[in-house]
Structure formats: C-alpha cells, structure tokens
Design a protein around this ligand. Structure first.
Ligand code: XIL
Length: 390
C-alpha cells in the first residue's frame, strides 16, 4: 500500500474510531488505532483497536489469568476475524469438538488427528497455548467402534467386554496424551449426576441420543472409570515426559450444591487430580446467581487444586446487566482464587452467532457479522485496565 493511501486510511480509521465509539465505552489507555488493510473489517478487533496496545488477554495475563476461547473448525475456516481475535485477544484455545472421542477415533478404530492438528497449527500461529478437551466424557463417543470392541470381546472368550473396553480406553488416553502438547487436560468431564446429591452419574440414567455413556456401562462404577482416567492420564504423562494440569470438570456447579460437593470431595481424595473446573454455562435469570458463583469458586479453591472456569458463557437479555455480571465473575475470580491456584478462564466461543446455546441468548463477548465488541467485552476490559493502573 502506498504512503498516501496508508495516511488516508489512518485518518479515516481515526475519524471512525472517535465519531462512532460508544459513549459508555471504557477509556482505553494509549490507544493506537491500527491501520487496517483493504477488505478487512474495521470493527471487531479493529476500531477499538489493540495493536500496539494491551489486549484483553494481555491485561488478564497481568493478573495471572490465562484467558482462553473455544472455537471450532467450521467457525475458523474462511473467517479472518476469528483468527485475528484469537491472535489479538487470547492466550489459550480449546477446540469446541475436534479433540473429542468421536472426532478422533474413526468407526474402524483408527485415530485420525488431521483436523485437530490443523487447528493446533492455527493455535500456534495465533500464539496461543492449547487446552485438551476431553479424554473421558459420556457424550460424543465413537459408539460404533466401541460396540465393535465389545462384540469382538463377546465372541472371543479370552477377554471380557469389561477388559476390552478398559484396554480401549487406556489406548485412547495414552495416544491422546502422546500426540497433543497441551498445557492442561480435561481428564473427565460431566461425571456427576444432576440433582444426585454428589453421586456420580450412571450409564443407566445417561442413555439418550448422543449421550449413550458406553464407558460407564463397562466399569464396576463410574467412580472406577474416573479413577482409571486419572491413573492412565498420569501414567501416560510420565511415559511421554509431559506435565499438564489434569482437570476434573463439570457443569451446574453453581446451581447444584450436591454436585459441587461431590466433585470437590472426589478431587480432594485423589492426588492425581491436579485441577478442578466449573464450566460456568450460566443464565442471568438464575436466582441468587452471584452468591452461587462465589460459593462455587470458594469451594473449588478449598480443594487446594488449580481452579479454572472452563466454558464461560452467560445467557442474557439485558446486555448491560450481562456486562456487569461478566465483570463480577472476573472480580470474584481474582479475589477468591489465590495467584498460585489460577488455572485461567476460557469462554465457550467467540461470537454470539456461533454459540452452542444460540445467538438469541447473546452469551459471549462479540456479536454479529462484523464481530462487534459487546458491552461485556468493554466491561471486562475496563476492569482489567483499572487493575493495571490505567
Ligand atoms: C458442545 C459443543 O459446543 C457443540 O458444538 C456440540 O454440539 C456439543 O458439545 N460441555 C462441554 C462441551 O464439555 O464439550 C460442550 O460443547 C458444551 C457443554
């Protein structure tokens, strides 16, 4: 681009930044407005610009929070804005689906890392670390292959279906740990029953659609399967010279006190668990939500393990109230979780339009085709800027 054109673009961008900015946007310290190349959007990471300025992820890092976002292959493909946002705003990424059992293991039992590896390459290009989601889950398993394993065992008297499933689980955990270089793993995900007063979920009560809990049907208890998951993950890490944090992760810990206690008690009793996480898929309309968030973080911290908010999103109708709640979550995380226990905060997605809970729930920090920053983004940015002394 020639000099005149660059100057013209800079002036236009500056004018746009100062005339279109929201009145209630927080003051951004030392803003350097980036010169955008032709054809790129001036919103999203553009006009409120972070080039030459601290990003959300930089500001969070100053407080010892590794800030992450989940994205999927489909969301990223052909979409420059996602790449730009990951590069600019985040320090860590999780794949929405592509490291799950049914994505990696084919119906033949072969493991195919092609898609996940491509995404890991994008993550590296963006300068982000990789989070591993997930080794043991009742959902999104490659049931066809597991059924083959079970049927083969039934036909072959030398091994039982239970032994065959366990061997298959171990093979999978070892292969995943060996293959991916991640800073942490969700070793197990969603292993506690809803309203079960802290009991593990069972295969018998988890049998609808995608949620056929194959693993759970072939161990003497779900607890035994969870024990094996941490054992295999720990052993595999040792074998392959890796040392990620090993998390147990669940949803509704804010609203289901029994489940929260079940998870924390299990974590306390198993030294191979080095991290505890709440997904924190929450809804603004939940009664007494703020207290519940506080109670949950406090209980997680009391386990003595690393504490992570793993899949943050907030269903909301009032975007300003949502922004205030997002800020509150960051405030509470920093005030309750000691620096040495901060495992980070990851949002489950980037743009409302791609969220798994639906655009109409407005759950995330960006929205629309132009990737506009929402009040939630500005509120977190303003809070972290204040802490940085700006
Ligand atoms: C969700 C993905 O976002 C969807 O694309 C998929 O259809 C279902 O799974 N808890 C988890 C995540 O641990 O893996 C889930 O991700 C959301 C709930």
């Amino acid at each position: 681009m020639d000099r005149t054109r660059r100057t013209l673009l800079l002036v236009t961008t500056l004018l746009a930044a100062f005339s279109c900015g929201k009145d209630d946007s927080p003051e951004r310290p030392d803003i350097t407005v980036p010169v955008k190349e032709e054809g790129t959007s001036s919103s999203g990471t553009g006009e409120s610009g972070n080039d030459g300025n601290l990003s959300l992820g930089d500001l969070a890092a100053l407080q010892g929070i590794k800030l992450g976002a989940a994205f999927t292959y489909g969301e990223y493909t052909g979409n420059k804005q996602i790449a730009e946002i990951l590069t600019t705003e985040f320090k860590a990424v999780t794949f929405g689906n592509e490291m799950k059992h049914d994505a990696i293991v084919k119906t033949s039992g072969q493991m195919d890392f092609t898609t996940a590896d491509k995404m890991a390459g994008w993550a590296e290009q963006a300068g982000t670390e990789l989070f591993g989601h997930v080794l043991g889950w009742h959902s999104q398993q490659q049931k066809f292959w597991l059924d083959t394993v079970i049927n083969q065992a039934k036909a072959d008297s030398s091994t039982s279906p239970e032994e065959a499933v366990d061997a298959e689980f171990k093979r999978y955990v070892y292969a995943m740990v060996e293959h991916f270089d991640v800073y942490a793993w969700d070793v197990v995900n969603e292993t506690f029953a809803d309203g079960g007063n802290g009991a593990f979920r069972t295969a018998a009560t988890t049998q609808a659609g995608d949620h056929v809990f194959v693993w759970g049907s072939y161990y003497s208890s779900t607890k035994e399967w969870v024990d094996r998951a941490f054992q295999y993950a720990t052993e595999a890490c040792k074998e392959y010279g890796k040392s990620p944090i090993l998390y147990i992760n669940d949803y509704n810990l804010e609203t289901d006190a029994g489940k929260r206690k079940g998870l924390c008690d299990y974590a306390k009793g198993n030294p191979q668990v080095t991290g505890v996480a709440t997904q924190m898929h929450i809804d603004m309309s939940t009664y007494n939500l703020k207290d519940k968030i506080k109670e949950t973080l406090t209980a997680l911290v009391a386990t003595g393990k690393m504490v992570r908010i793993a899949e943050l999103d907030i269903k909301a109708t009032d975007l300003d109230a949502q922004a205030e709640l997002y800020r509150y979550i960051f405030e509470q995380y920093l005030s309750i979780v000691p620096a040495e226990q901060r495992g980070g905060i990851t949002f489950w997605g980037i743009n409302d339009k791609d969220s798994w809970v639906g655009e109409y729930n407005h759950p995330l920090l960006w929205s629309g085709a132009n990737y506009d920053k929402k009040p939630a983004y500005d509120a977190i940015y303003a809070y972290l800027s204040e802490l940085a002394g700006n």
